[in-house]
Write a protein that binds this ligand. Sequence first.
Ligand SMILES: *Cc1c(COP(=O)(O)O)cnc(C)c1O
Length: 392
Amino acid sequence: MEKRIYLDNAATTYVSSEVLNEMLPCFNTIYGNSSSLHSFGRDAMAIVDRAKDRIAKAINAEKSNEIYFTSGGTEANNWAIKGIAYANKDKGNHIITSAIEHDSIIESCNALRREGFRVTFLPVDENGLVNIADLMHFIDKETILISIMAVNNEIGTIQNVKAIAKTAHENGIIFHTDAVQGIGALKFDVQDMEIDLMSMSAHKIYGPKGIGALYIRNGIKIEDLIDGGNQERGKRGGTTNVPAIAGFGKAVEIANRDLVVNQQKLRAIRNYFLEQVFEKIPNVKLNGHPLQKIQGTVNLSFDFIEGESLLMLLDMNGIAVSTGSACTSGSLEPSHVLKALGLSNELAQGSIRFSFGKAITKKEVDYVVEKLVESVEKLRNISPIKDGKRKN
Ligand SMILES: *Cc1c(COP(=O)(O)O)cnc(C)c1O
């Protein structure tokens, strides 16, 4: 296999060379423990502080001490949901989230439910949007937290975060957003958007794996996550991962710096890809919002086809895509996101996510379309469900 094309950037990205260069000295030159008082420790702490400053600046946090490093988006989401629930349970026991959140939100909420909290999973419309009237309907006196993701990882739909946060605050409720897929695609201003807590991750934006952060607005009451260390203001102990943090800070800075250029490029690529697909392949449906979405993520349902089979055929041609989210791959359960949009089991199972990276070329898209057309035709010709479904 000579040609390989990676269209799974919503699952993870490579580490860009700018980011890698930022990290390398932290392995063997600036290697001190950032909690140490001597100069080696101070040098490491300076790196951590600079990363915090970069991230705080990118999201317009008021203070850089509102950035708390975690092992990634999953940990940040767990902390936000459980930490807020435990610290505010004297005020109420009800949490509102959506039906299309990442599993780390959904399962954190399910864990709380087993402990006696009530959770409302808001429905979304056929484009994946949460409706403000629905949200208001479910708010009650016991509601302590609303958590709605900024950008969905499977379909790319962008929520009306600012309006949702405003609604939360009008009712005295804390607002959290999972912004893992939003960084680099959208401008975030946590003050203007009234975001109280925000989850981020490095490895979806050309940074290293295993590092992320939770933005926690000063004054928000949250339980500590890990005891036994003074790191992260005593809330999340453990020796600081300086190389990863250096890379994360740089990745966020670059993502923000290049945001407009990258999104313009991805918009052109995405439009080109979709034009070709719709021209050359019948019975395809675009999932998610047609306009209110990030540019790099395209989710398509192909009638009469199993997504897993299509994924494997494309993989044999060196093309990497995903069915739904990485977490649902390997299981035959249709994606909870696509089900929440109202898709039938068949269409949900016939879906593929193409997530383009910033280095993609038009020539690569041509190759992908060529192989996609071939593969879809091949699978439809042998499809057992085709004859039963197709009218002519
Ligand atoms: C990838 C992802 C996460 C999890 O982040 P990790 O750093 O991989 O733990 C959370 N939420 C969304 C929307 C994601 O896409």
